[in-house]
Design a binder for this molecule. Sequence first.
Ligand SMILES: [Zn+2]
Ligand SMILES: [Zn+2]
Length: 146
Amino acid sequence: METIQGHCLCGAVTITLTEYRAEVGVCHCAMCRRWSGSAYAFFTAPDDAIRVAGEVRTHRSSSFSQRSFCPTCGSGLWLKDDGAEETEFCAGLFEAARDFPLISEAYVDQHLTALTLEGDHRRVTAETYEEKFPFVPTAELPQGRT
Ligand SMILES: [Zn+2]
Ligand SMILES: [Zn+2]
């Protein structure tokens, strides 16, 4: 597998991945919409295949996950669930990820209308997602609404 590199907007943080899953997922949940400004597009890499250079800050966004960003330019870098052995990287940091296919959308019923994604990928509604995975109840989000 070819090693790929990504970096934040200002270039202070660079990420090198020697292994990764070359497919993109998108999440439209209220947290990801705010963090990304639109929709969070990501792909995953195993923790032992990740090298990071540069200063990174981390925001604990829920009781089960945290999100890291560049303190200089504010670019989102990755999301990590507690105890997970892989990390979700913001796809836009990596030129190589432009060619990765879209495989799934979560919280598809909460997407920005302007970001209606075409294709026959898997689509998961908020209700279905919340049956299977940990999530933050809407009432517990800041402002208490989506
Ligand atoms: Zn930066
Ligand atoms: Zn999300």
